[in-house]
Design a binder for this molecule. Structure first.
Ligand code: GTP
Ligand code: SPV
Ligand code: MN
Length: 612
């Protein structure tokens, strides 16, 4: 009798298990391209269970609870930080790994000299060996997601397969996920395949790989956001840059903001700065009091990625394909970026920050002057703030819904995006680059983007503070040959009849004491004002070897302690330093080699003669 009961229970539960396993697959889509691919990956990775992510709050809640039970996620104080959680990545897995990131186009020339390359067959073979059976004992989650407003002309769809609850919960914040995506996709094969597996987090076998001709991304042995949230850098920049070139649009590492004038008109600006160089901060800028009093407002459309297309009116239109912010935590404060801080007060995932054990909240350097006394550092170890070691990792992050941001633009969900008046490039330079300058025309503007240099930051593994060339802030994110990418920029200039003006900024000039001269953050509004005035031909400028500089008196300094001498220093172009810079630029251009467009080689020659 007992045996019969046991056998009955076992067979019922096995049937249940099978039904779940099959049912969850059959339920959400009949798209044969998706089903076939998932079957292939299931066979390769051998998960115990397959779960489709439908986007429902109930399912996400279930996963959160599962994450709490295993320790993958830590529930924070639900009164102070409702819906918020903490996640810690492995100690050796805290940033993007550029040296392990590959563009596996069919030919090496298509990946170009700035990308790691391996022949697709060879990389597939290597990866297959690593993925083989790697989800045994784990659950495979299938996340249908959209980059851009579902159903809009800009939107592109992806499916990410992952074995990480953290990835599912993060993708649910950073992208639009679930059933609706599958409905929009229908039977189409038009989606980007993304496979992520944590495997055993072995840094020696960590690979972030892209197969642009196959619309495929494969990531293994990492659990850090930038390496595993495949909709972000992998899709929306590396793969999308290739699609953009093919389809005559652009995928750029740019914030998008709107400046509303006292007259109630809003002008939009895109800005490309390298990682951890101020995009999120600029995108959510709070104008200084004198501007607020006049009626200026700044609206955030996006803080990291812009997809740009030519509109019917011949202007460049931008959308933010993301749905959330994956922002740098350290330095984010009520003073520096109150909008970002406010965005993190609910439904946010914090990664690698300090856990305050007294009230189960989070902290990071420069959030305030009050580090918690009873706390765990980003590694989860007891931490004494007075011992001199940082509590949060310098690349610790928050993953927050864009809609939480008090200054999110009313156009955030606009299917057509917003028309762009100005494109701004910028980097972190202690001496060379002036606070702001304008390029002479589109071609020169593309040149200005191509020669960008910036000091490296903690956003990528490796040395911090070393100057490197980072054209258009896309060095780690361009999915094809850099020279061809520059040509694409030049070609786009032929399609945009009403072109945005192109500028360069640098908030990071230092004095002899190594202190920043420019107050930055909200005060950057003063530079935006000049930029917009230039776009409307409302203010004059001074020509120099680099382009057009503001007259020192044309940047409003009312309400700051910046003096005219500081301003002169901020706008100074040291020809000696620039001649040294030119040598670095020439080396970089030689590295890009024969794909450098002739028009940019000419600009380089012109710069050289202008610097004499
Ligand atoms: P990613 O998310 O990695 O792409 O970074 P991001 O470009 O969005 O950079 P973010 O706005 O998060 O800024 C990174 C760091 O730059 C901040 O923690 C600040 O310390 C610093 N920063 C940002 N804006 C300014 C500024 O105007 N002046 C100065 N001095 N520092 C700034
Ligand atoms: C960057 O490094 O530019 C980021 C963070 O925005 S990551 O998603 O890690 O790339
Ligand atoms: Mn970024």
């Amino acid at each position: 009798m007992i045996q019969i009961v046991i056998i009955t229970i076992m067979s019922i539960s096995y049937c249940h298990y099978l039904l779940r396993k099959i049912g969850t697959i059959m339920e959400l889509t009949k798209n044969i391209h998706i089903i076939n691919w998932i079957n292939e990956i299931r066979e390769l990775t051998s998960p115990d269970k397959v779960v489709w992510i439908d986007g429902s709050e109930e399912q996400l809640d279930e996963l959160r609870n599962e994450g709490f039970a295993t320790g993958e996620m830590i529930e924070l104080n639900q009164e102070k930080l409702p819906g918020c959680t903490l996640h810690r990545s492995a100690v050796n897995d805290v940033a993007r790994v550029e040296e392990r990131t590959f563009i596996c186009s069919r030919t090496q020339k298509d990946a170009g000299p700035t990308n790691n390359w391996m022949a697709p067959d060879k990389m597939y073979a290597k990866l297959k060996a690593l993925y083989k059976g790697c989800m045994r004992g784990r659950t495979m989650y299938i996340i249908p997601y959209s980059m851009g407003v579902i159903g809009s002309p800009f939107a592109k769809y992806g499916i990410e397969i992952t074995d990480s609850i953290y990835v599912v919960l993060s993708m649910a914040i950073m992208t639009r996920i679930g059933r609706e995506v599958l409905d929009a996709l229908g039977d189409s094969p038009g989606f980007i395949k993304g496979l992520h597996a944590k495997a055993d987090l072995d840094p020696e076998n960590r690979y972030i790989t892209h197969f642009p001709e196959d619309n495929t991304i494969m990531s293994i042995n990492s659990g850090y956001g930038g390496n595993v949230l495949l909709g972000k850098k992998c899709f929306a920049l590396r793969i999308a840059s290739v699609l953009g070139r093919r389809e005559k649009w652009m995928a750029e590492h740019m914030l998008i903001l709107g400046v509303e004038t006292p007259q109630g008109e809003t002008k939009y600006i895109c800005a490309a700065f390298p990682s951890a160089c101020g995009k999120t901060n600029l995108a959510m800028l709070v104008p200084p009091e004198i501007y607020r009093n006049k009626g200026y407002k700044v609206w955030c459309v996006g803080d990291d990625i812009a997809w740009l297309r030519v509109g019917k009116d011949g202007r460049l239109w931008a959308v933010n394909p993301e749905y959330g912010f994956f922002g740098v935590a350290p330095g984010t404060s009520e003073k520096s970026n109150p909008n970002a801080l406010a965005a993190t007060r609910k439904n946010t995932i914090f990664t690698n920050v300090v856990l305050n054990l007294d009230d189960n909240t989070v902290w990071w350097e420069d959030m305030d002057d009050n580090p918690p006394k009873n706390a765990l550092n980003w590694k989860g170890e007891p931490w004494d703030p007075s011992a001199g070691e940082k509590g949060a990792h310098p690349n610790s992050r928050f993953t927050a819904p864009a809609k939480n941001c008090p200054c999110i633009s009313p156009e955030f969900e606009s299917p057509e995006g917003v028309p762009i008046s100005a494109i701004v490039f910028g980097g972190r330079r202690a001496k060379t680059a002036p606070l702001v300058y304008q390029s002479r025309d589109w071609t020169h503007g593309v040149f200005v983007g191509s020669i960008m240099g910036s000091e490296t930051t903690a956003a990528a593994a490796g040395k911090v503070g070393v100057v490197r060339r980072d054209p258009m802030a896309m060095l780690p994110f361009c999915g094809y040959n850099m020279g061809d990418y520059w040509q694409h920029w030049l070609d786009m200039g032929n399609y945009i009849t009403n072109k945005p003006k192109i500028f360069n900024v640098n908030w990071f000039r230092t004095n002899d004491e190594g202190e920043f001269i420019w107050p930055g953050f909200g005060e950057n509004m003063r530079v935006l004002e000049w930029i917009l005035a230039r776009c409307e031909d409302k203010v004059d400028a001074v020509e120099c070897a680099l382009g057009y500089l503001p007259k020192t008196e044309d940047i409003c300094l009312d309400g700051t302690s910046v003096t005219q001498e500081d301003m002169a220093e901020l706008l100074n172009v040291d020809k000696g330093l620039w001649r040294q810079e030119l040598e670095e630029i020439k080396k970089f251009y030689s590295k890009i080699g024969d794909t450098v467009p002739a028009a940019l080689a000419e600009e380089l020659q012109k710069l050289e003669s202008d610097l004499l």
